[in-house]
Ligand binder design. Structure first.
Ligand code: RIB
Ligand code: CA
Length: 316
């Protein structure tokens, strides 16, 4: 039987890779219903991330999608942004028109709470593509949503690949470790897409040319986004292309068979400055701690990109 259509909320800090994740979701209406998009402070400031989200939704042609702004910054720490990766606007690469659609009035955290309370229990999936501030604040403000959410699928953390903003920490977790700690302790079902997985999903020249060749404005803009976005990691790692992190979260919902993982305990470092934001992954089960995470360790890169080409081709 056809699997139920997934209802999702995307919490995001666009970011070129976030943008491709949003496009993949919007290009898959038969399998995914996007209930709304919530911006969070991360790659760049909240207002700019929210504006970027409006531009991506408009690029897709799906202008019916609600976009909300969430929290201005981390729960306790000073906001750290990543213009050095994503450019001054956070979405450098293409020249996208001024967004005509506007942000919804309601705060993103309240939108998350209200939506999860309104929809039938266990039918809403949270897709977190940035720091977990909005997710944690929603859990603190409305602990009842923990039981109601179907699962959270998030991009963040890592073990075997180390960190990407410090030797120990990946950016999304590093920016708001306290928020990650709240989410990872919440008891919500968690699927984690770490750097160990996303570092094998490289853009490469051939794949960028495939996006450019889709023949629609979405494909052209995606090629331009990725050509800008990949340059930092290409120089840093010496790879052919950069790791396309966030779309893995959506690809997992569409084709979980593309990925391999295992249930393990993951805990978050919030005390040490040296290892702040590290996801301490008990991959070999040595602690006996609760196995709170479905940890995705590897995936089929070609299958992932074929899915992206296929779905983005259906957009404007
Ligand atoms: O470390 C990669 C993550 O940080 C991705 O979500 C990227 O968009 C940035 O937010
Ligand atoms: Ca992101």
């Amino acid at each position: 039987a056809k699997p139920m259509r997934r209802k999702i909320i995307i919490d995001t800090d666009p970011g070129q890779d976030d943008a491709v994740a949003i496009l993949l979701a919007l290009g898959s209406p038969a399998e995914i219903e996007v209930l709304g998009i919530v911006a969070v402070a991360g790659n760049v400031g909240l207002k700019q991330n929210a504006r970027n989200a409006l531009q991506v939704v408009e690029l897709s042609g799906r202008t019916d999608i609600a976009v909300h702004a969430g929290c201005e910054g981390p729960m306790r720490r000073k906001l750290v942004t990543a213009e050095y990766v994503h450019g001054k606007t956070g979405l450098d690469g293409p020249t996208l028109p001024e967004p005509k659609i506007r942000l919804r009035e309601q705060h993103g955290v309240d939108f998350i709470i209200e939506t999860i309370r309104r929809e039938p229990a266990k039918t809403v999936t949270l897709c977190a593509l940035g720091p977990l501030t909005n997710v944690a604040m929603a859990l603190v403000k409305a602990p009842d949503i923990c039981e109601r959410v179907q699962e959270i699928v998030l991009m963040g953390g890592g073990l075997f690949e180390g960190g990407n903003i410090t030797p120990a920490a990946e950016f999304n977790i590093y920016v708001d470790p306290e928020a990650a700690d709240v989410a990872f302790h919440s008891g919500m079902p968690i699927t984690q897409a770490p750097l160990d997985l996303t570092h094998s999903m490289l853009t490469t020249r051939a794949r960028i040319e495939r996006f450019r060749g889709l023949g629609n404005r979405t494909g052209t803009a995606t090629a331009e986004m990725l050509e800008f976005f990949e340059r930092f990691d290409e120089q840093k790692y010496g790879w052919d292309g950069g790791p396309l992190h966030d779309p893995v979260v959506i690809a997992y919902l569409l084709k979980p068979e593309l990925f391999q993982g295992r249930h393990v305990n993951v805990a978050i470092e919030t005390g040490s400055e040296l290892t702040r934001g590290m996801t301490v992954v008990d991959y070999w089960g040595v602690t006996g701690r609760t196995r709170n995470v479905n940890y995705l360790r590897s995936g089929d890169a070609d299958g992932f990109y074929e899915l992206l080409f296929e779905r983005l081709a259906t957009l404007a």
